[in-house]
Design a protein around this ligand. Structure first.
Ligand SMILES: Nc1ncnc2c1ncn2[C@@H]1O[C@H](COP(=O)(O)OP(=O)(O)OP(=O)(O)O)[C@@H](O)[C@H]1O
Ligand SMILES: [Mg+2]
Length: 248
């Protein structure tokens, strides 16, 4: 499965979301994950490098890819349960190429006017890509929300702006919390820095709502079902995907 975290707005939390979703899938859904960093700033590659220097953390692979990456993503998908693409904050070839093959697209926006002004353009890009990838599920998510109760209307209004377009908006949001910045520094995620914390809970909710599951166990069960079917098929001949796994 290919999951793209993208969007036009810089600093809205794309890399942070991509990294935390990668850890959620690795730790809680025991999945094999590769991250694809399409941003020349190398935010995710640097995070992975810091992470993989720490032997106590489960390793996550990462590659940097730019431009027409459609075929590269399809080929990575053969070898990993999840390919998580972190696109930089601009409309570029890699973003559109990823949208042409992704099953899920997550577009973070802060509840701020300048972020919300990009919704219309993102809606255009999504509509174009849906013509060649009609199964793609695109969602906005509101990030870095203010936690003061008297500012809650900003979150509701941001969701309302998104809802005027045809794209889904996640109910789950994340709040502005220092733990996101603190965890990134050493290649960690909020899941590892504060497993029972509020940030972990909100990241888990975002991942589950995006993937339309109630918890990570459901993903493990789904994968087990698929592998049982493959075992049955094995009695009658080798499936194409198995052939590819052998070639690896
Ligand atoms: N919910 C949050 N609360 C507080 N800080 C956050 C939150 N999410 C992200 N940040 C911080 O905001 C900064 C930008 O986040 P991030 O790098 O994920 O954004 P981005 O959309 O990937 O940016 P770019 O467009 O440059 O790639 C980082 O310092 C990150 O730690
Ligand atoms: Mg980034």
């Amino acid at each position: 499965m290919i999951i793209l975290v993208g969007g036009e707005k810089g600093g809205s939390g794309k890399s942070c979301l991509a990294q935390n979703i990668a850890v959620f899938l690795t730790r809680e859904a025991q999945a094999s994950v590769i991250m694809v960093d399409c941003d020349p700033q190398r935010t995710t590659s640097d995070w992975i490098q810091a992470r993989n220097n720490n032997p106590d953390l489960p390793t996550i692979n990462c590659v940097q890819l730019y431009g027409k990456i459609r075929n590269d993503l399809l080929s990575l998908e053969q070898h990993y349960d999840y390919v998580i693409v972190d696109c930089g904050g601009q409309d570029n070839l890699a973003l559109r190429a990823s949208m042409s093959v992704a099953s899920h697209v997550l577009m973070p926006l802060r509840p701020k006017r300048r972020d919300l002004k990009t919704v219309s353009h993102m809606d255009d890009i999504v509509a174009t890509c849906l013509m060649i990838n009609p199964k793609m599920k695109a969602s906005f998510v509101i990030t870095q929300c203010p936690s003061l109760p008297n500012q809650a209307n900003r979150i509701t209004e941001a969701k309302d702006v998104c809802r005027t377009y045809d794209i889904n908006v996640l109910e789950a949001v994340n709040y502005s919390r220092n733990i996101y910045d603190d965890s990134e520094e050493s290649g960690l995620s909020v899941f590892e820095l504060e497993p029972k914390g509020k940030a972990t809970e909100e990241m888990r909710s975002i991942a589950c709502e995006l993937l339309e599951i109630s918890d990570a166990k459901q993903l493990i069960e789904q994968r087990n079902k698929v592998s049982n079917v493959t075992t049955l098929r094995g009695h009658y001949g080798t499936s194409r995907s198995q052939e590819k796994r052998f070639v690896m």
